[in-house]
Ligand binder design. Sequence first.
Ligand SMILES: [Zn+2]
Length: 144
Amino acid sequence: MMLYTHILAGVFVFTIVSEIVNPSANPGFISLAFMISIIAAIAPDFDMVFELVPRKLRIVKHRGITHTLLALIASSAIITIYNKLLAVYYSFGYGSHLLLDGVTKSGIKPFYPFKYKLRGPITTGGLSEIPVAAILIISVWILA
Ligand SMILES: [Zn+2]
């Protein structure tokens, strides 16, 4: 999925999780939870930094280890040490990324080191991604 779809998913996750956990009315916490949701929703694609490194020297490839449940669990555990409630936002944000990339034709291998590939019918950046983004926008609009 494209960056804009992942960001929309982060906003969607923030909206849903806030409905469920009903955070305190502390504006500072709510702002932080919003940022964490969006950062988590795009975090797995930070592996694209390695696209700048020559192919033979790359230790991390795109949609590799950062697009696994292992990365989700490990990074969520680190956030949990800091704040359990923020970790809920983070986990769902990160999970939204894996789910969205998992329904694309390129897919992901969520159960690393096992080779099972999760994939779907959507072309990243294609017309089929637009309804996904639209559903996210409409969902947030309805819930907000
Ligand atoms: Zn991705």
